[in-house]
Design a protein around this ligand. Sequence first.
Ligand code: SF4
Length: 295
Amino acid sequence: MQIEIDPNSGFCFGVVRAIELAERELEQRGELLCLGDIVHNGAEVQRLEEAGLRTIYAEDLGRHSNERIMFRAHGEPPSTYKRAQELDMEVVDATCPVVLQLQKKVKKSGEALKMRGGQIIIFGKPDHAEVNGLRGQTDCEVHVIQSAEDLNAIDFQRPTECFSQTTMSAQHYKEITALIEERMRAVCTTAELPLKIHASTCAQVANRHESLALFAKQHDAILFVSGKKSSNGKMLFEECKSVNPRTYFTTGMDDIVADWLKGVNSLGICGATSTPRWLMEAVARRVQQMTERQA
Ligand code: SF4
């Protein structure tokens, strides 16, 4: 069997940066707190925890005054920085520069919209850390939407600006903003709609869709390696499956099913922006061993 690892899969720039920062800290100090999973991949979190990283959650902050804490690539709302300051914590900020820029835009738009009685729409997952960081930038009214149904609760006569969580599908964002425009046109009398749509999906993710679809088509079967908590992983897995029905989801070496490999001459291994390269290589080695045993 021929096995190929997708050269375009693996950590995005923001995650590489956060992990390098954590590794440097761990080398110098031997320990570091991280607020939430540094990356949505259990195997990579475990690797870093073995090197001294400790994952804590917002409700634990009070027990760690005066310690150093990393804020991960997803970013945090201003209230978290304030809380860390109150606790005399030293922040190692790994917020992705792309997310940081987006936070600034949401803040600026929120300030202007609030004065005009407007609102912000964020296309994303309501409980996602990045969305939490974005909505915390403003006290203007924010609606987080995931589907067309969520639009029913919004008053489209008001000035509106739209943003997307960076890891959402650019195509889905385009579809939902087209619907927003349609709804607004139905209730607004002005020729120019009070609507601004910001292109805020991340290019690092968007570029992967095309190359991943091409990669998935080239193989008899695909093993998609990702943590279960990764929203980017779920989305890219579905995309692979839509072009190659023999696409299987695996979190690592231990949940590969022998039946998946039956009749497969060419196997592709790929993953999400949170999937480490070493894990895809380990999956490739495990498949090699399984096929050798079967031969
Ligand atoms: S997906 Fe894009 S915005 Fe999100 S962490 Fe990676 S590089 Fe940054």
